[in-house]
Design a protein around this ligand. Structure first.
Ligand code: SF4
Length: 250
């Protein structure tokens, strides 16, 4: 399967989960390459913003920023190899991240089968942008879906970033948490509309401040916390940003 490359190997690392409902728990992260969306502020743009693609990115005007050479930032590894790399790390909680992990469900299923064969109490979370329907087998195998629907500030057309059938499906699983990244009151209005239109379960909504530094998180945290209080939603911080900034692999 196609994973993001970090230094000379795949982007597989163990750390603490920094955000969402499992924040603070030790977990091994496995980062898939490829995404079906192209959010203009994406901080894992090396998984999809390849040379030859037409999509803009907020960093385009930054000196030295350039689209990525697909071959240089991707590793193609067998599920057996990936499972072995996960198994040698201490956590038994695994987070599939990306990119968009649901583009490679068959490979993840093979990894899950290989790991669960040892009888350990593995827990598998997957992050997703919520636009792809899970296969029935994948649905059954995953313990927790961390669904992060994208807003208009992503620059992605609504028809691509909000797929009603998929959102309805995740809401019905009872295993999904819906995490929205927000930085302004305008974002809140959009999130309210998405939650209402797609009948997302209000007890499973999280608001998380946008930010790549602690100062940026702090700037948005107070009004988002108040929005959570007003709506009965949860607030999620980004612990990894506070601890390690935007460093990769931690
Ligand atoms: S869905 Fe996620 S990984 Fe894909 S472009 Fe948007 S932020 Fe990046």
């Amino acid at each position: 399967m196609k994973l993001a490359k970090l230094h000379d190997g795949p982007e597989i690392f163990h750390t603490i989960q920094g955000e969402g409902i499992s924040a603070g728990l030790p977990a091994t992260f496995v980062r898939a390459s490829r995404c079906n969306l192209h959010c203009r502020w994406c901080d894992t743009d090396y998984t999809w913003n390849f040379i030859g693609t037409p999509w803009p990115h907020d960093h385009d005007s930054r000196p030295g920023y350039a689209k990525f050479d697909k071959a240089a930032v991707t590793l193609d590894l067998a599920p057996e190899t990936i499972a072995a790399l996960i198994r040698e790390r201490p956590p038994r909680r695994v987070v599939f991240t990306g990119g968009e992990p649901l583009l490679q469900q068959e490979a993840w299923l093979e990894i899950i089968r290989l790991l669960r064969a040892d009888g350990s109490s593995w827990i598998f979370e997957t992050e997703t942008n919520g636009t792809r329907l899970p296969l029935a087998e994948f649905d059954a195998a995953i313990d927790q879906f961390n669904v992060s629907p994208k807003l208009s500030h992503s620059g992605v057309a609504e028809s691509l970033r909000l797929v009603p059938d998929a959102l309805r499906h995740f809401a019905a699983t009872g295993k999904a948490w819906f995490k929205f990244v927000a930085s302004s009151p305008a974002d809140l209005g959009e999130i309210d509309a998405i939650v209402a239109t797609h009948a997302l379960p209000t007890e499973r909504i999280l608001l998380m401040p946008e930010g790549r530094t602690a100062a940026e998180l702090d700037r948005h945290a107070a009004f988002l916390a108040q929005a959570c209080i007003d709506r009965g939603w949860r607030f999620s911080d980004r612990l990894h940003v506070r601890i390690w900034g935007d460093q990769r692999g931690v």
